[in-house]
Design a protein around this ligand. Structure first.
Ligand code: FAD
Ligand code: NA7
Length: 540
C-alpha cells in the first residue's frame, strides 16, 4: 500500500497484540472476511514488542498467559519458566501470526490518526500517518490497555546529557551495564527493572514516590513433567479459568480472614509467600483481602513484617514500607526488597524529597543534591485503557467525536462498544473485566466475531449500542468497584495517573465468570441492547 491509496475492506483491526492477532485470525480464517491488521509498531506482539526492558516478565503464570482456542497450539508451546520472559512471549506471538498465515495481512509502522463513520454508506474511513486510507464496514480497535505511555513532566529533562528511556519504548541497543542509572517509578515495571538491572549497573538510584507491597514471584523453571500435566488437564484447567474471578489459573479462596485463628492465618500467608505470586497472595489466601479493610490490613501487615526482616538498614526499610491499603494491582518480584541491601543501590523517597529538575548531569532533588546519572529510566506507567483512543480523532454518527462522548470519562458497554459509534468494537476497551488478559481477550473477540456474523447475516448495515445500556453497565461497574477496596487507593486501575487524566471507573471488577455470563445473556437474547439502521436488530 502506498500513500494516497484507498484500500476497501470488510474489516480493519488496529493493534497487533494478543487481542488484534486473535481478532484478525477470527475474521480472516474463521469467517472468511477481507480483513487486515495495522500497528504502529515495527513488529507484531503489542505489549511484548514494546516492553523490552531488562526483567520484563508476565505476572500471569505461563500455562495461562496464552491462547486456549487451539489445543494443538497449546500443546506445542514450550514455556521455560513459571512466569514468562518477554522474549518468549514475543516469539510465541510471532509464531501464532505465522501459524495462521497472518503476517502478510498486517501492515506495520502504520499509525491510525483518524476514523470517521459515514451513515449513508455504513462505512468507516480510517486515516493513517502513511497517507493510506482504509474504508471498511467494521472497525475493531485493539489498542491495548497498558500501551499509551505516560511520561510525566520533569523540568530540565531536555537538558540531561544522558539517555532518557521509558520502559515501554525500550531501545534494543541500550545496555545499562556499568552505568549510573536512575529509575523513576516502582510499580510492577519499576520493581522488575530495578531488580534486574541492579546487579549489572555501576549504581542504581530508585526515585520512589509511593512504597509498594510486593511478594515473591517464586519464578522457577518449568519441568517437562509439569508442562505435560498442564497439557493433560487442558479442558479442566481452562474451564476453571473461565469460571473464576481473576482467571489466573488457581482456585480463589472462599475462606474469610477472621474465620481462622491468628496462627492459621500466618501459616496461610507464609504458604502463599513461599509459593509466590501477587494475585495468589491477594486472592488464594482469603476471600476478603480485596474487600474488607481489616482483612486487608492483616495481609498488608504480614508483608510489612517481611520487609523489615529482609531489608538490613532500618532507615531503608522504613522508606520501602507502605502504609495503608494493599489495593493496587498486586505485585510480585524476583528479589525487589533484597535489592536495596546492595551497596550499589540507593533509594530516594521523592514524596518526602521531590525531584525539582534535571541538569545536564542528572536529577536534582529538593534537598539540593545532584544525583549524577548516565541513564534515566522512566518506569512511570501508562495512560491506561483510554490513552490510545484519545490519541485518534474518532467520529461516529452525526460526526460526534469520541472525545466528546467520553468527556466525563470513557465508557464501553461490556467493555467493547460505545454508543454513537456503529460497527466499531474495542478489545479491552473501558469497563471490561480486570482479570488475566488472554482468556478475557478470547471471550471478547469471540463475542465480537459472533455479533459481526449476526449483522452480516441480517438486513441491517450497522448496529449501535443503546446509550441506556451503556450507562447501566457503567453504573453496574461503579457499584461493583465500590464493593472492593481498589477505588480507595489511587492507581492506574482508576486512571488519573497520567497528566490531565481524571479518576474514573475503568474496569468491571466482578470477575471473568460474571462477565462471560453477561456476554452470553446479551447474545442469547438476540442483542437487545443494540439498535440498528433498520428498526430493531431482532428484525435483521
Ligand atoms: P497491546 O499488546 O498493548 O497491543 C496494542 C497495540 O496497538 C500496540 O502494539 C500498539 O502499538 C497498537 N496501537 C495503539 N494505537 C495505535 C494506533 N493509533 N495506530 C496503530 N497501532 C496502534 N496482562 C496479563 O494478563 N498478565 C500479565 O502478566 C501481564 N503482564 C504485563 C506486563 C507488562 C510489562 C505490561 C506493559 C502489560 C502486561 N499485561 C499483562 C497487560 C498486557 O498488555 C495484556 O496482557 C496484553 O498483552 C494486551 O494485548 P492487546 O492486544 O490488547 O494490547
Ligand atoms: P504503574 O503501576 O502505573 O507505576 C508507575 C510508577 O511511576 C509508580 O511508582 C508511580 O508512582 C510512578 N510515577 C508516575 N508518575 C510519576 C511522577 N510524576 N513522579 C514520580 N513518580 C511517578 O505502571 P507500571 O508500568 O509499573 O505497571 C503498569 C502495569 O503494566 C502493571 O500493573 C502490569 O500489569 C503491567 P505512584 O505510585 O503513582 O506514586
Amino acid at each position: 500500500t502506498s500513500s494516497g491509496q484507498v484500500c476497501k475492506l470488510d474489516a480493519l483491526v488496529v493493534g497487533a497484540g494478543f487481542g488484534g492477532i486473535y481478532m484478525l485470525h477470527k475474521l480472516r480464517n474463521d469467517m472468511g472476511l477481507d480483513a487486515i491488521g495495522l500497528d504502529k509498531a515495527g513488529g507484531v506482539g503489542g505489549t511484548w514488542f514494546w516492553n523490552k526492558y531488562p526483567g520484563a516478565l508476565s505476572d500471569t503464570e505461563a500455562p495461562f498467559y496464552q491462547y486456549s482456542f487451539d489445543r494443538e497450539l497449546y500443546e506445542q508451546t514450550r514455556w521455560t519458566s513459571k512466569y514468562v520472559r518477554q522474549p518468549e512471549i514475543l516469539a510465541y506471538l510471532n509464531g501464532v501470526v505465522d501459524r495462521y498465515a497472518l503476517r502478510q495481512h498486517i501492515e506495520l509502522e502504520t499509525t491510525v490518526t483518524a476514523a470517521g463513520f459515514d451513515e449513508a454508506t455504513a462505512t468507516w474511513t480510517v486515516e493513517t500517518d502513511r497517507g493510506v486510507t482504509y474504508e471498511c464496514r467494521f472497525l475493531i480497535n485493539s489498542l491495548g490497555l497498558l500501551s499509551a505511555i505516560n511520561i510525566p513532566e520533569f523540568p530540565g529533562i531536555d537538558r540531561f546529557a544522558g539517555r532518557v528511556v521509558h520502559t515501554a519504548a525500550w531501545p534494543e541497543d541500550l545496555d545499562v551495564s556499568g552505568k549510573r542509572v536512575g529509575v523513576i517509578g516502582n510499580g510492577s515495571t519499576g520493581n522488575q527493572v530495578i531488580t534486574a538491572t541492579a546487579p549489572i549497573v555501576a549504581h542504581l538510584t530508585s526515585f520512589q514516590r509511593t512504597p509498594q507491597y510486593s511478594v515473591p514471584a517464586g519464578n522457577r523453571e518449568l519441568s517437562p513433567e509439569v508442562l505435560q500435566a498442564y497439557r493433560d488437564n487442558f479442558e479442566a484447567n481452562w474451564e476453571q479459568v473461565r469460571n473464576s474471578t481473576v482467571a489466573m489459573g488457581f482456585v480463589e479462596s472462599e475462606v474469610a480472614t477472621f474465620s481462622v485463628s491468628a496462627e492459621e492465618r500466618e501459616r496461610i500467608y507464609q504458604r502463599a509467600w513461599d509459593e509466590g505470586g501477587g494475585f495468589r497472595f491477594m486472592f488464594e489466601t482469603f476471600n476478603d483481602v480485596a474487600t474488607d479493610a481489616a482483612a486487608n490490613e492483616e495481609a498488608a501487615a504480614f508483608i510489612r513484617r517481611k520487609i523489615r526482616e529482609i531489608v538490613s538498614d532500618p532507615e531503608t526499610a522504613r522508606k520501602l514500607t507502605p502504609h495503608g491499603l494493599y489495593a493496587r494491582r498486586p505485585l510480585c518480584d524476583s528479589g525487589y526488597y533484597e535489592t536495596f541491601n546492595r551497596p550499589n543501590v540507593s533509594l530516594e523517597r521523592i514524596d518526602e524529597n521531590p525531584i525539582t529538575h534535571l541538569t545536564e548531569k542528572g536529577v536534582v532533588t529538593a534537598d539540593g543534591r545532584l544525583h549524577e546519572l548516565d541513564v534515566l529510566i522512566l518506569a512511570t506507567g501508562f495512560d491506561a485503557v483510554e490513552g490510545n483512543y484519545r490519541r485518534i480523532d474518532i467520529r461516529g454518527l452525526g460526526g460526534q467525536r469520541l472525545a466528546d462522548h467520553w468527556a466525563d470519562g470513557p465508557s464501553g458497554y461490556l467493555g467493547m462498544v460505545t454508543s454513537g459509534f456503529p460497527n466499531m468494537f474495542m478489545v479491552l476497551g473501558p469497563q471490561g473485566p480486570f482479570v488475566n488478559n488472554p482468556p478475557m481477550i478470547e471471550a471478547e473477540v469471540d463475542w465480537i466475531a459472533d455479533l459481526i456474523g449476526h449483522v452480516m447475516n441480517g438486513d441491517a448495515r450497522w448496529i449501535d449500542v443503546r446509550q441506556e445500556s451503556e450507562s447501566a453497565w457503567l453504573e453496574t461497574c461503579s457499584e461493583v468497584a465500590h464493593q472492593t477496596l481498589f477505588p480507595k487507593v489511587s492507581s492506574w486501575i482508576f486512571g488519573g495517573n497520567a497528566p490531565g487524566g481524571k479518576e474514573t471507573v475503568l474496569f468491571f471488577l466482578g470477575g471473568l465468570k460474571d462477565f462471560r455470563e453477561a456476554l452470553a445473556r446479551e447474545a442469547d437474547q438476540g442483542y437487545p441492547s443494540f439498535r440498528s439502521d433498520v428498526a430493531a436488530l431482532s428484525s435483521v
